[in-house]
Design a protein around this ligand. Structure first.
Ligand SMILES: Cc1ncc(COP(=O)(O)O)c(C=O)c1O
Length: 389
């Protein structure tokens, strides 16, 4: 066993490094401006910090008197807050707070495939762009679903004509729309893809949207219709909680309609109030509480300020790099600037994620402009690029 002094010394060193590094973590879509300072002040003295709480069962099943020590009612309120932002009707939606965006995609693929199977008696084919996050591919493999990977254009968007070439007319289609893609922030053109699908009227379609990062901010910008299912129909959406919202641990949410939830494999579980269509037995009780805290302490004006600020700084960075003669790109509605990969030293200093695209000259890096990625910090990065040119 280590003595207390050694334990604390080691942890203090780790804490110092964490606090220092979080300022310049530019390469991944994490909001390092914690929205939970006052939450922890409340939690510390509340007694909840010393209780084991968990969310088992359906947050939309109100007959849960025998389920105690949970935050199901907060979880439900979180889903009811976010659902309408994507065009879901409050009295027709269903959802859960997930462990991550990946967990939300797992539910999207699972719910989509079971819904289509129930409707058509056939297993669907999953169609997803090669630029989408790898979780959809991994999960398709995990769920033993057939997948067709559709080529993406240079902007990271699924090419609708390529989809048209491989659509299976005798099988239902489980579409995964990427909004936006992890590296380039490309946004699949739902209208163009739907036009292709409309040319195959015999195919039953389920549409799942992977909006892990963009799902957080798009509803608070002029691009909000992109993620409004009343404008572009979709059946379910997965968003990460730890990307835009300032959570301090992996989390997310999955939202769909009650109709889809009611057409799943039921697996009745009497001690959890009957039907359990979701994949995990227990979910975190803390994540819904933290998300609830965040939405109760953030005004719409504040969400708008954070979202538009990120997009403005992304535009500014792209223009500054271009003016310096450093090749850089930024997709519409995206907070992710991608550019010719700088020196190894800069890549390491700012924790820049790598990618490669021969169509754009080879090695690339990107910066995801989150709330903590200020102009001042970006200026430091630009100065570093200039020094190494
Ligand atoms: C587009 C996209 N989808 C899904 C994920 C996975 O989300 P999570 O890390 O919350 O599992 C990511 C992560 O970066 C992502 O960029």
């Amino acid at each position: 066993m280590m003595d207390d002094f050694a334990i604390e010394a080691r942890l203090d060193e780790f804490a110092g490094e964490t606090v220092m590094k979080k300022r310049i973590g530019f390469g991944y879509p994490i909001n390092q401006e914690s929205r939970l300072v006052s939450f922890y002040k409340w939690l510390w003295g509340s007694g909840v910090n010393l209780a084991m709480t968990d969310n088992a069962g359906d947050p939309f099943d109100m007959e849960t008197e025998h389920l105690i020590l949970n935050t199901l009612e907060y979880e439900r309120e979180v889903i009811e807050f976010f659902g309408p932002l994507y065009g879901f009707e409050v009295d027709k939606l269903w959802g859960i707070v997930t462990f991550s965006g990946t967990d939300g995609n797992n539910h999207g693929l699972y719910f989509g495939s079971k819904y289509l199977e129930k409707k058509t008696g056939k297993k669907p084919v999953v169609y997803v762009s090669e630029a989408a996050h790898y979780s959809s591919m991994r999960l398709t493999d995990l769920q033993n679903l057939d997948m067709r990977l559709i080529p993406a254009d240079v902007h990271g968007r699924m090419i609708p004509e390529e989809l048209n070439k491989v659509l299976a007319d005798d099988r239902p289609a489980l579409m995964v729309f990427a909004l936006g893609t992890t590296f380039k922030g490309g946004i699949d053109d739902m209208d163009a893809i739907n036009a292709v699908l409309a040319g195959h009227p015999s195919i039953e379609v389920y549409r799942h949207v992977d909006a892990a990062l963009f799902g957080g901010y798009i509803p608070h910008t002029r691009y909000r219709d992109m993620l409004n299912r009343k404008v572009h129909p979709f059946d379910s959406i997965a968003v990460s909680g730890h990307k835009f919202f300032g959570m301090d641990e992996p989390a997310g949410f999955f939202i769909t309609t009650r109709e889809i939830k009611e057409n799943q494999n039921p697996f009745a579980v009497p001690y959890l109030n009957g039907s359990m269509p979701m994949i995990n037995c227990l979910r975190s009780a803390m994540s819904p509480l933290k998300l609830w805290w965040i939405i109760k302490h953030t005004s719409e004006e504040d969400f708008v300020r954070q979202s538009t600020g990120m997009l403005e700084r992304a535009q500014w960075l792209k223009e500054e790099l271009t003016q310096m003669g450093w090749p850089a790109w930024l997709e519409s509605a995206s907070n992710t600037v991608y550019f010719k990969r700088p020196s190894k030293e800069i890549v390491t200093k700012y924790a820049l994620a790598p990618d490669h695209d021969d169509r754009l000259g080879g090695d690339l890096s990107h910066i995801v402009i989150m709330q903590h990625v200020t102009k001042e910090r970006l200026q430091g990065f630009l100065d570093d690029i200039k020094d190494h040119m």
